[in-house]
Design a protein around this ligand. Structure first.
Ligand code: NDP
Length: 447
């Protein structure tokens, strides 16, 4: 697919001029603008209202200093971010990422995608994202706690249960959310549902930990079923070994698949017998060690340095669940040549534009992140509902709602892809479905 519409090309040009060097944001914007070509050609109100010029501009972006004291008593300084992109359909909502690669462009691409993803869930949530270039690798427990407290000491003034409700993302899990929630409570003297992904003893939702990985498999199973296939008996490769990857492994296995490879940022493991999830959980969730340790549990498995090689492992279905642009054109070609027929994204913007071209050229099923990984934020939305009601729902209740939401998201992407003349293009379907609801709300609110 090419971006050829003159009007949308003009918007893309402005995005690139106004946000120089924010390459990930340019990429995310271009993908959405490309998908919107049939929308603006069908209904001129989306041009006349200027809603697309507005939607690519964040409502607010905040950058701040995060000073903290390391274990040697030395002051360290990181940069914090919160981009409040769009509040047309609800309070800003989106995760916090702590990773040395974080910069404004990365947070803006994530916040922009979050607008459409949150809209797809059908829950009332706007789009936002935040984080820091803090690298938790090699930091002590105390250093991580002090960093989180300092981060919240600035962030607290910008968020609130009806304003902006952050959650976790890369390197921000239950532990970090706990430290940040504690600091928010101390500063404001309020016990409020201001973060999601909280511990179960202080307002967290059952099934939130599992939600993104489970949701990814529910979406993918719906996509497979609609095309005469299913997870049953299939060989699966999942990149990453964090929150999304672990619970994607669990659900894919429950649905009858065999997961043969996983990775971290150092390298990947291949276990032809199927990766032992208990070993991964012990290494990653309990000991917080490197995936290489897997060989201590299964000496007959293979470990290879570097994570890109994971896409050379033959599979039927690939579930990238580590980071953005992890599958490039070259890797996509290898996947296709080895018989992979489905790529469904757990990580945000897992595939480069070149990789996506390869999927379409090879008639592969492609589940785009905005739709496929929306289960996490959907259950975050359910956590917000439970906090407002001061109630906790059972695991089954939340899981059943998640299943319904993921089916509904797939059906919506499928329907919009057909309605706009691109059947089977769930990327365009997701972008269009997510856009229409937010755009109509923005037009009605004149802002
Ligand atoms: P975690 O921090 O729990 O796990 C991330 C995993 O990906 C780790 O195995 C990590 O390896 C690996 N990884 C991270 N960055 C890189 C990199 N630059 N290169 C190679 N490997 C990398 O994060 P999550 O599982 O929560 O998030 C994974 C992806 O899913 C992200 O793209 C996130 O935005 C997306 N996502 C997460 C949601 C959630 O609810 N958690 C919701 C929706 C999307 P290592 O430990 O070596 O760094």
């Amino acid at each position: 697919m090419e971006l050829t519409n003159e009007y949308l090309l003009g918007i893309q040009k402005k995005v690139e001029e106004k946000n120089p060097s924010e390459v990930e944001f340019h990429q995310a914007a271009k993908e959405v603008l490309m998908s919107l070509q049939p929308v603006v050609e069908k209904d001129s109100k989306y041009i006349e209202s200027g809603v697309i010029e507005r939607i690519v501009e964040p409502e607010r972006q905040i950058m701040f200093r995060v000073p903290w004291v390391d274990d040697n008593g030395k002051i360290q300084v990181n940069r914090g971010f919160r981009v409040q992109f769009n509040s047309a359909i609800g309070p800003y909502k989106g995760g916090l990422r702590f990773h040395p690669t974080v910069n404004l462009g990365v947070i803006k691409f994530l916040g922009f995608e979050q607008i459409f993803k949150n809209s797809l869930t059908t829950l009332p949530m706007g789009g936002g994202k935040g984080g820091s270039d803090f690298d938790p690798k090699g930091k002590s427990e105390g250093e991580i706690m002090r960093f989180c407290q300092s981060f919240m000491t600035e962030l607290y003034r910008h968020i609130g249960p009806d304003t902006d409700v952050p959650a976790g993302d890369i390197n921000v899990g239950g532990r970090e959310i706990g430290y940040m929630f504690g600091q928010y409570k101390r500063i404001t003297n309020t016990f409020a549902g201001v973060l999601t992904g909280k511990g179960l003893t202080f307002g967290g939702s059952l099934a939130r930990t599992e939600a993104t990985g489970y949701g990814l498999c529910y979406f993918t199973e719906n996509m497979l079923n609609a095309n005469g296939k299913s997870f049953k008996g299939q060989t699966v490769v999942i990149s990453g070994s964090g929150n999304v990857a672990i619970y994607a492994h669990q659900k894919a296995t429950e649905l009858g698949a065999k997961v043969v490879a996983m990775c971290d940022s150092n390298g990947y493991i291949y276990d032809k017998n199927g990766i032992d999830l208990d070993a991964i959980k012990q290494i990653k969730e309990v000991e917080r060690k490197r995936i290489k340790e897997y060989l201590n549990y299964h000496a007959d498995a293979e470990y290879h340095e570097g994570c890109k090689g994971i896409w050379t492992v033959p599979c039927d279905i690939a579930l990238p669940s580590a980071t953005q642009n992890e599958i490039d054109e070259e890797s996509a070609k290898i996947l296709a040549a080895n018989g992979c027929y489905c790529v469904s994204e757990g990580s945000n913007m897992s595939s480069t534009p070149g990789a996506i071209e390869v999927y379409f050229a090879n008639n592969m099923l492609y589940g785009p992140a905005k739709a496929a990984n929306a289960g996490g934020v959907a259950v975050s939305g359910l956590e917000m509902s439970q906090n407002s009601e001061r109630l906790s729902w059972s695991f089954e209740e939340v899981d059943n709602k998640l299943k319904d939401i993921m089916k509904n998201i797939f059906d919506n992407c499928d329907e919009k892809s057909k309605m706009y003349g691109m059947p089977g293009n769930y990327m365009a379907g997701a972008n269009i479905a997510g856009f229409l609801k937010v755009a109509d709300a923005m037009i009605a609110q004149a802002n």
